[in-house]
Ligand binder design. Structure first.
Ligand SMILES: Cc1cc2nc3c(=O)[nH]c(=O)nc-3n(C[C@H](O)[C@H](O)[C@H](O)COP(=O)(O)OP(=O)(O)OC[C@H]3O[C@@H](n4cnc5c(N)ncnc54)[C@H](O)[C@@H]3O)c2cc1C
Length: 551
């Protein structure tokens, strides 16, 4: 059996930041189903928030975050994130991140939605790329073992403690047990539950499903953020940085319609507000071929080339137009999971030995709606914190013995999957799931619609157990990996539907036509989904409030 002190599942920003936070005498290893720099963090465009401006303060950042999340975020965690953000940005700069600059040479900051101050630091519109590559250099310097292209299929739990994982070595084939005194989940989001999504195809919610299977609750799964501006057919993201630089949103009448929905903030209202507004315009017939238009023309060629080079390329490549001359048709698409594995501000979950950080976790800083630029920040702050706390936790604990038979269960599961007669393939289930979720759990939700999704998910769950894997081989069996991913997606979708049906109000990203208003009296609380044989069981816990009373 392979043994390390700390195992980190996921090598995106959160996972690598956790590894880099550990001291050199700790034996740390990372496991990732793709090469670290192919993690979805690399695709982040617009930037990362921190109150480093002279007129800005961490308290203002915390207030904007709590308010933007409709007061569903835990304020102890929000305070920690915003207070520590400036130090983390300076640390990133020392690590070699090439932030864009002001003419005076300071780190430049652009305005983002819901922020009272321009506090989003950026590297043109390729911020994730700059951060992830700098972090990878730090990882090489830290000399951790990386199990690249290994797929984790289960968490090991013995004596009430997480003591490792089971993983499939994709290159050579075969299951392996990896033991550790502590495990950190940093597996990213689950955007591929929806058919139109900004997320990479690898964002299949595996880590959330792993924790859920190990008996841990998933928190606030009903809150899925729809990014207002994604390309029509592909769901490719056009960064909020475009509106941060001054782009307009226009309907078919050429009208800047945001003046009717958020007259003060206009295009820079929070994402849930802008997505709902775009949805309304399209629904009421003022759209353009199922979209509205994002107009950058008045920014001028030079500014677009300097600040938004990547989205220009994306628009030319995937929408066939040059935004210097033509507005881009866009519509909202699934973007970010505010919910996830319940964890506190140090990444500790309800299971001793298991930590979670980054998008797979719900430390609950985003509440009902995440502000742009706060997610990259979350990966850095809480990745670092989880690495630090995991290190403290292993100092005085021994490895839990793992029985020899531990692999049998997983081996059996894979054997059954590989021998299923089918005839359905994983992609068919993934397609149907995505369409169901986009249709019934998009930006507008109703009880009737979500009930339809619920009955569809029961059928999809059965189909996902029966699907067949054509490739029976061991080496790079991507057919098998996709089947395992689809099983995670179906389970995660189930928690989203049941949690959304449970919450009878509208708040942030969760908008219900049948309960159109926010109801603090009844619903200022977190939803927890627990895994039961017939589907998720819901319980609720209070929100932690410190200094910002709901308004
Ligand atoms: C297109 C796009 C643009 C964005 N732009 C911004 C932005 O400008 N600002 C901002 O704040 N946020 C942005 N976000 C959100 C932000 O980028 C993500 O929330 C964040 O990067 C997630 O980082 P992470 O480390 O949690 O996970 P990821 O970077 O997604 O990494 C997940 C890791 O887990 C591994 N993994 C997953 N499952 C398994 C498994 N079963 N076995 C082994 N390994 C596994 C993967 O291989 C990967 O290494 C954007 C998101 C997208 C999709």
């Amino acid at each position: 059996m392979i043994t390390h002190d700390i195992l980190i599942v996921g090598a995106g920003l959160a996972g690598m930041r956790a590894a880099v936070a550990t001291p050199p005498d700790v034996d740390v290893a990372l496991i990732s189903k793709v090469h670290p720099v192919r993690s979805h963090s690399v695709a982040a465009q617009g930037g990362i928030n921190a109150a480093i401006g002279e007129q800005d303060s961490w308290e203002a950042h915390a207030y904007d975050t709590a308010k933007g999340g409709l007061y569903l975020g835990d304020q102890d965690a929000i305070e920690a994130m915003c207070r520590e953000a400036p130090q983390d940005i300076l640390e990133l700069e020392r690590m070699g991140v090439i932030f864009s600059r002001t003419p005076e040479g300071r780190i430049a900051q652009r305005p983002f939605g819901g922020a009272g101050f321009p506090r989003t630091c950026y590297a043109a519109d390729r911020t994730g790329h700059a951060l992830l590559h700098a972090m990878y250099e730090q990882l090489l310097k830290r000399r951790c073992r990386v199990y690249e292209e290994w797929y984790v299929t289960a968490l090991l739990v013995e004596e009430g403690q997480c003591c490792g994982v089971v993983a499939w070595d994709m290159v050579h084939g075969g299951l392996q047990v990896l033991r550790a005194k502590a495990v950190i989940l940093a597996t990213g989001g689950s955007g591929r539950v929806f058919s139109t999504s900004t997320n990479a195809v690898i964002n299949t919610g595996d880590g959330m499903a792993l924790a859920y299977h190990a008996g841990l609750p998933l928190e606030d799964m009903e809150f899925v953020q729809f990014h207002p501006t994604t390309l029509k057919d592909t769901g490719i993201l056009i960064t909020e940085g475009a509106r941060g630089e001054g782009a307009y949103l226009l309907n078919t009448l050429g009208d800047r319609f945001m003046k009717r929905y958020a007259p003060e903030q206009m295009e820079l209202a929070t994402r849930s507000t802008v997505s709902l507004a775009i949805g309304r315009e399209i629904q009421e017939g003022r759209g353009v071929d199922g979209c509205v238009l994002l107009d950058l023309r008045h920014l001028g060629r030079a500014r677009i080339l300097e600040r938004l080079p990547q989205i220009r390329e994306l628009a030319m490549e995937f929408a066939g137009l040059d935004p210097i001359e033509t507005p881009i048709p866009i519509r909202p698409g699934a973007h970010y999971q505010m919910g996830g594995v319940k964890a506190n501000a140090w990444g500790e979950t309800d299971l001793p030995g298991l930590f979670a950080a980054g998008e797979c976790a719900c430390v609950s800083v985003h509440g009902a709606n995440r502000l742009g630029g706060n997610s990259l920040l979350e990966t850095i702050v809480f990745g670092r914190r989880a690495g630090t706390r995991a290190t403290e936790s292993i100092r005085h604990c021994d490895l839990v013995p793992v029985p020899e038979t531990i692999l049998h269960h997983e081996q059996n599961r894979l054997k059954i999957l590989l021998s299923n007669p089918g005839p359905e393939r994983a992609w068919q289930i993934r397609d149907d799931l995505g369409k169901t979720m986009s249709l019934h759990l998009g930006i507008f939700r109703t009880q009737q619609s979500m009930r339809e999704a619920l009955s569809a998910i029961h059928a999809l769950t059965v189909r996902a157990q029966q699907m067949c894997v054509h490739d029976k081989g061991r080496i790079f069996n991507t057919d098998l990996i996709q089947a395992l991913e689809v099983q995670c997606l179906v389970e995660i979708a189930h928690t989203i539907i049941v949690s959304a049906l449970g919450r009878e109000e509208s708040r942030g990203a969760h908008y219900r036509g049948d309960f159109p208003t926010r109801n603090d009296e009844a619903w200022l609380r977190h939803t927890l989904s627990h895994r039961r044989p017939n589907g998720p069981l819901l319980t609720y816990v209070p929100v932690t409030m410190t200094r910002f009373p709901p308004a």
